[in-house]
Each structure stands twice: as C-alpha cells, then as structure tokens.
Write a protein that binds this ligand. Sequence first.
Ligand code: B12
Ligand code: SF4
Ligand code: SF4
Length: 403
Amino acid sequence: MQDAPVSTAGSPGYDAAASERSMLSARIRARALEVGFDAVGIAPVRPSDHAEAYARWIAAGMYGEMAYLAREDAVAKRADPALLVPGAKSAVVVAINYHVPDAEHDGRTAVDDPSRGVVARYARNDDYHEVLKERLIGLQDWINDTLVPVGGRAYVDTGAVLERELAQRAGLGWAGKSTMLIQPGRGTYYFLGVVLLDVELAYDEPFAADRCGTCSACVDACPTGALLGRDAAGAPVMDARRCISYLTIELRGPIPRELRPLMGNRVYGCDICQEVCPWNSFADMTSEAAFIPRAGLDGATLIELMAVTQEEFSRRFKNSPVKRTKRRGLLRNVAVALGNCGAPEAVPALARALHDEEPLVRGHAAWALGRIGTEPALEALRAHLAVEDDASVVSEIMASFEN
Ligand code: B12
Ligand code: SF4
Ligand code: SF4
C-alpha cells in the first residue's frame, strides 16, 4: 500500500479544516482516557444503519413491557440521532470496564452455590448511570471550555440512542450473537456512553468484521432460550421477554411460571452469555473504585435475603442498581431462586414470606414452597390458603399444589 502524500500548512492540498478536525478528535480522545474511560471512538451522526432491524424487533413484541423502547418518538430518534440533538454531527462513544471477579463464600462462588443469590457484575456497587453521566458531562464541558464552543448532550443507557450501533460505528467493536458489544482484546464487560455534539470531528473507521465466527456458546448457554442467533440480515436477536436480566429487573409483575425453573439463582441481572464468551477469557479486571464490589450485594444467602425489610433494603442497596427492582421485585426473584434451590431449610423463611405485605412476594413464595414440595412446605401453603384474600396469590397457591 502506498503512503498518502503528506501535506503541511501552506502547501498545496493542505486542508486546514480537516487538520483542525483531526486535532480536535485527538484531544478529545486523550481527554476521555485521562478522565478514566478505557476506550473511546468517534463516529459521524447519521441515520441508523440498523433502524429496520430495530423496527422488526419492536414489531415482534420482543421488548416485552419496556414500553419506552416502542414509543413512536423514541423509535424515530433511534433511527436518527439528529432528532435528539438538533444539528448533531458527531458521536463520541466511550467504554468503561466493570469486570470484577466473583467473590468466594465458603470456598465457592455464588454461581456454584444454589443457596446464594448471584447479582450481575454490573450491579455489585454504585449505579453506573451516575458515574458515567457525570464524567461525560465533564468531558462535554471541557470540550466547550477548552477546545471549541459546542452544543450537545450526554447519554448513558436511558436515552433513545442505539448505543451499541454507535459504538460499532465508532470502531470500538461488533455486536456478538449475545447482542453484546465486543471489543477485541477487551471483551464485553464494558458500559457504554455517548456524547452527541454539533461539531464536525475526524472519525474512526467503523468496526466491520463479525468475529463470532462459528461460535455459538452464548446461544447454547442461555438458560431461557432468549438468544435467537443472527437473523437473515445479520442482526443478533434477543427475545428480551425471556432474558433473565429483563425478568429480574425490568418486569414489574409476576415472572411467567414456565420461565421460573430456568432462572437458577440469578436474583438480579444475568451474565451467563458473557461468562461463556471466549472474548472475555483474558479480559482485564476493572480498577474503577465505583465498580469494585461492595459487601452484601453478590453472594448473600437466599434465606437471609428473603427476610430483608424495607429499611434494610434501602440501606444495603443505597446508590446501587439493585434498588431499581424495589424490595418487592428483589424478594420475588429471591423466592424463585429458593424454589430452584429446593432446600427444605428454606421452608420457614418462605412460610414467613407468605405473610409479606406485597402480594407479588407472597405469590412467588407460594410457588417456591410448591417446588420444594415437602410436607411442611405444603402444610404452610394449606394453612395460608385459608387466610389469603388476594386472588392472584390464591391462584399461585392452587397452582403450587400441582408443581
Ligand atoms: C433495553 C436494554 C436491555 C434489555 C434488552 C437487551 C437487548 N439485547 O436488546 C435487557 C433488560 C434484556 C438488557 C439486558 C442487559 N443489558 Co442492557 N440495555 C438496554 C438498552 C437500554 C437498549 C438496548 C436496545 O435498544 N435493545 C434493542 C435491540 C434491538 O437493540 P441493540 O441491542 O442495540 O441491537 C441493535 C444492534 O445490535 C444492531 N446490530 C448489531 N450488529 C448488527 C449487524 C447487522 C448486519 C444488523 C442488520 C444489525 C446489527 O441491531 C440491533 C437493532 O438496531 C441499552 C442502552 C442503549 N440505549 O442502547 C442497554 C445496554 C445494551 N445494556 C447493557 C448491559 C450491561 C446489559 C446486561 C449485561 C445487564 C446484566 N448483566 O443483566 C444485560 C445483557 C443482556 C444481553 N445479552 O444483551 C449495556 C451493554 C454494553 C455492551 N458492552 O454491549 C448497554 C449498552 C447499557 C450501557 N450504557 O452500557 N438490556
Ligand atoms: S443475560 Fe442471561 S438470560 Fe439474558 S440472554 Fe444472556 S444468558 Fe440469556
Ligand atoms: S459467545 Fe461466541 S457467539 Fe456469543 S458473542 Fe461470544 S464469540 Fe459471539
């Protein structure tokens, strides 16, 4: 390959504007790394290449109850980020490592101990939205104050932005069959963040390759069959209604009975498709203090969690992503995990949970007692049936006798 001719200021062919854009991009990249992001790429803002894939996903109803994903205005904004920030020209996409090891309890990690609850790695300390958003806003302010006056907006997760597509377009990696953005040499345990800016910058090459090859480890390992592989157009497809992350975090009501036995002891989120991904085999651990696990989140015993009061929930999960489920959501998930564990020692805790003020908790405790199925478990269900006045719980109890 021939080297491109070098042109310097004043020489014919010198493009001052292009040189300025390159300088801006280089300084933004350097600043993003300086403030603690692990990777950064810059992409042009233009209509999504994947809007049709997204529309197909919505039309198939695979978003479940996450209605915000299907709102007409939100779909339109995903298809064209310029609708979010008028005049947006560039997307600065950052990634930050949250990979943490599993702690051992009595010589085993919670993943290998069905009597303990597994909390997904991303949720074992502070809420990443706060951490990333603050840094991204700082980055945008720095660009405005130091480099060039800009308008724009920072997004982490909650905006109508296809973050993984922008990350791919900014050259960071590709979307694997797990649907996760995979960075070669880094893996998947990275949060993404985006700043849309109304200035032209120099852009990275999109990441064109699909390096999953013939691997399908994530599809094979997903316990609920949520990963459907690539569709005819090459888009990785997930039926979120079956994903444990959706079921334990986003779903507000009862977890479909047929999926409960498949969820194991994952009580908040799920990392299974990432745990089996070969691209994570050599991934570095994070050194970001906000993501180093704090005590009491991952690996607590399910019996202990089942007894958590509102006060204890607020204290233990303060500032952590887990607070999103509220106490009743977490206890719903814990009851399912106790049913899957099947240990008779859990019967007293579940029998007490039959008197919880939340019907959602009572209903799932009833399911778990039915799964355990010992005489004391069934006796607790019979005794409670006589006093239960919520129709949904009564129907859970009746169905539990048939487990
Ligand atoms: C809704 C949502 C979920 C839902 C649905 C997930 C899903 N796969 O769609 C649920 C609750 C299940 C979920 C779970 C998780 N999530 Co989530 N989630 C989101 C959110 C808010 C929107 C994603 C979305 O729009 N999904 C709809 C699908 C259709 O879009 P998509 O996944 O972006 O896929 C598009 C591309 O893949 C594109 N595509 C890619 N390659 C190709 C190739 C071709 C040829 C074509 C045509 C298309 C195509 O096609 C799709 C359609 O446009 C994003 C943040 C954001 N604003 O983007 C975080 C986000 C994706 N989640 C994240 C995380 C960390 C998780 C969990 C790991 C949390 C956990 N441990 O429990 C799991 C991972 C599960 C998984 N395997 O994806 C990170 C992922 C980081 C990364 N490296 O990829 C994000 C980016 C949040 C963030 N800011 O860091 N999540
Ligand atoms: S997060 Fe868990 S349930 Fe969801 S797709 Fe991955 S392996 Fe399946
Ligand atoms: S497990 Fe295999 S198929 Fe799945 S995302 Fe990783 S490399 Fe791709």
